[in-house]
Design a binder for this molecule. Structure first.
Ligand code: ADP
Ligand code: MG
Length: 320
């Protein structure tokens, strides 16, 4: 089977958004098959575009299940759309494969299809090459004009919130590498968080008008908060004790908890909002079934400190 038959057999079906009961996506005039896809614009909206690359051995273990890999490749990109408050529109896929393994490809495409269906997001194009296993996914989504949630919009006095419970992905990776000992229930929960993160799209879209600044946690809580502080030219005081953290981490020493919070790969949302919006945000989170916690405030200082005034020096994941 050549490259073109592979595309026809495995990728084209992901473009047919008869994923639900619709016959075609309103966003797509023409998808996979020509030199370019032809896409519609949406009046009154801006197109939010993002790309993330996953490299074998860097972002995932070589022996990872291809269903999980396909899921995560789309999940981490959808999380970027969530962080802007955007609604998914379509995605493209750049795939470099060491060999033609149809069983692997079938599973990988299945993983992609889980989120593509859930969010009615068709695959509209891409590129397929032979080489070391690398997956690039580009996503695009709509955000009403001028309403994107930006890193640069935090204001002094804003509350700082986080969704979900942090620390599970680090526990999950440690357990896979035999570095931690978890109960079966905790092991399963940690794997779920590591392999199948849930992008916070619904909460972000519904809460968009009440949020000031926002980012998704990929590099670690402190590093990602640092991105908001730098872009907004403000500081922050965190109440470390109020950060929701995975149960198995609670009994560990503070340094180990700090390390787990710095690990990243969480795909929870970190955001700020004026205190006036507190009740509206709580109500939306409740309606979406999303846990949120207030973990600190934005300050006029240009430092990040804890509840005792100690400076937190964030060292997030850096490739270079
Ligand atoms: P070209 O040589 O014109 O760039 P390609 O042979 O790379 O075209 O691709 C043919 C068609 O298949 C294009 O529409 C392209 O977007 C699509 N395609 C190729 N690889 C993928 C992929 N991995 N996922 C989705 N679409 C793909
Ligand atoms: Mg071409």
């Amino acid at each position: 089977m050549d490259e073109f038959s592979l595309i026809e057999k495995y990728f084209k079906p992901l473009g047919e958004v008869s994923l639900g009961n619709q016959s075609a996506s309103p966003n797509v005039v023409m998808g996979i098959g020509d030199d370019c896809a032809l896409l519609n614009s949406k009046p009154g909206h801006e197109l939010a575009v993002s790309l993330d690359t996953l490299v074998a051995g860097v972002h995932f273990l070589e022996n990872v299940n291809p269903v999980d890999l396909g899921y995560k490749a789309l999940a981490v990109n959808l999380s970027d759309l969530a962080a802007m408050g955007a609604e998914p529109a379509w995605f493209t896929l750049g795939l470099s494969l060491p060999e033609k393994d149809e069983r692997w490809l079938q599973d990988f495409v299945h993983g992609l299809s889980l989120l593509a269906r859930q969010y009615q997001m068709p695959l509209v194009g891409g590129d397929t090459t032979k080489g070391p296993l690398t997956i690039s996914v580009q996503v695009a989504g709509w955000v009403p004009q001028g309403q994107a949630i930006k890193r640069s919009a935090a204001q002094v006095g804003d509350d700082i919130y986080v969704t979900g419970e942090l620390g599970w992905p680090k526990l999950g990776l440690d357990a896979l590498q035999g570095k931690s000992d978890l109960s079966d229930a905790d092991f399963n929960q940690a794997q779920q968080h590591l392999l199948r993160p849930e992008p916070q799209l619904v909460f972000a879209q519904q809460g968009r008008q009440y949020l000031a600044a926002g980012i998704d946690i990929s590099d670690g809580l402190f590093a990602d908060l640092g991105h908001i502080l730098k872009a907004s030219q403000v500081g922050a005081r965190l109440n470390i004790a109020s950060i929701p953290i995975a149960q198995p981490l609670k009994s560990l020493a503070p340094e180990q908890r700090f390390e787990a919070l710095s690990f990243g790969d969480e795909y929870q949302l970190l955001f700020t909002a004026t205190t006036h919006n507190k009740n509206a945000i709580k109500a939306i989170a409740h309606r979406c079934g999303v846990q949120i916690a207030k973990i600190g405030e934005i300050t006029a200082a240009n430092t990040l400190v804890d509840e005792n005034g100690q400076v937190i020096t964030a060292q997030g994941y850096k490739h270079f």
